[in-house]
Ligand binder design. Structure first.
Ligand SMILES: Nc1nc2c(ncn2[C@@H]2O[C@H](COP(=O)(O)OP(=O)(O)OP(=O)(O)O)[C@@H](O)[C@H]2O)c(=O)[nH]1
Ligand SMILES: [Mg+2]
Ligand SMILES: [Zn+2]
Length: 292
């Protein structure tokens, strides 16, 4: 039996890359077909090989380290939130939604700011994102000019990464830049924004030529935070969680309390006001979701 990673699955067939590098089409053994556990892209599996054939059977799914919902993806080492300097301009609330979901699923996160080749406009997007996302590494790149691509490559090497971000920021273009010969569908931005839809749909892990895997996760950023309990929300903001220890009230929600270390930190500039605004927005969203 050999070990491998599930790269994709369609209609009962799974594409598996064996640890030796070989690609196989596999079906599930009967007992797995019936199990509730299911099989996800990213799962580490043991495969039975048909002699002489390029097909196999998935016999065992090894224990998952973690699991992202919709798109269902297992064993993710990091989530990289992709934004653009402009076209579209950075959406801070959406960035925080991705970062909170990563924290909630206990997956390390980083930020990639793409389209560094575009003129910077009236404000410095990189400086603003670096200030806002202090707790995270921010990597400026351009998929078109290859600026910063080496830094991104170093961040991705030998890890399984899920890219998340709004439509049009250049996720597919970045993947094409990282994997020579790979042709991800790249969308015409104006057409896409009008449709409000993502060009990329199915979850698929792509092997990186320098080691590791990458997946595009379209739609991830539209996920709701309803599953997050209000009390857990502050823990999903690592920069806030560190400060919350100084709140005088136990179980402080950092919303209506008169004395609150988080509010003090916003006042004295330790915590970016934009981060706190995202917290309040998500807090309300979670409260609303509870009501139904
Ligand atoms: N100027 C510039 N344009 C870029 C860059 N990267 C991507 N684009 C353009 O941005 C548009 C959208 O790129 P995509 O790669 O399709 O964006 P995406 O994030 O995959 O979008 P969805 O698949 O809809 O989620 C295309 O017209 C790309 O050519 C970049 O670094 N600089
Ligand atoms: Mg795409
Ligand atoms: Zn507080």
């Amino acid at each position: 039996m050999k070990r491998g990673t599930i790269l994709a699955g369609v209609g009962g067939f799974y594409e598996v890359q064996l640890d030796e590098g070989q690609l196989l089409t596999c079906r599930l053994r009967g007992k797995l077909r019936l199990s509730k556990q299911g099989v996800l892209v990213g799962d580490r599996v043991k495969v039975l090989l048909e002699p002489e054939a390029e097909e196999g059977y998935i016999d065992v799914v090894l224990e998952r380290r973690n699991q992202l919902p919709r798109p269902a993806l297992a064993n993710v080492d990091q989530l990289v939130a992709v934004l653009a300097y402009s076209e579209p301009p950075p959406n801070i609330l959406l960035l925080d939604r991705i970062l909170v979901l990563a924290e909630y699923h206990r997956i390390p996160a980083a930020v990639c700011l793409n389209k560094a080749d575009l003129p910077n406009g009236s404000y410095d997007a990189l400086q603003r994102i670096r200030h806002h996302a202090q707790a995270y590494q921010v990597i400026p790149v351009s998929a078109l000019s290859s600026q910063g691509i080496d830094d991104l490559r170093a961040q991705l090497q030998d890890r399984t990464t899920a890219l998340a971000g709004p439509s049009g920021v250049g996720k597919s273009t970045l993947i094409n830049a990282l994997i020579p010969g790979q042709v991800q569908e790249v969308g015409d931005i104006s057409r896409k924004l009008r449709r409000g839809k993502h060009t990329t749909r199915q979850v698929k892990l792509l092997p990186l030529p320098f080691g590791g895997f990458i997946a595009d996760t379209p739609g991830f950023s539209q996920l709701s935070l309803a599953a997050v309990a209000s009390a857990e929300l502050a823990d999903c903001f690592p920069d806030m969680a560190a400060l919350a220890a100084d709140c005088p009230f136990r179980g402080c929600t950092h919303t209506k309390e008169r004395q609150c270390a988080i509010k003090d930190a916003v006042q004295d500039g330790t915590l970016p006001a934009t981060r706190y605004e995202s917290y309040l927005t998500f807090w309300d969203e979670i409260q609303q979701a509870r009501r139904y």
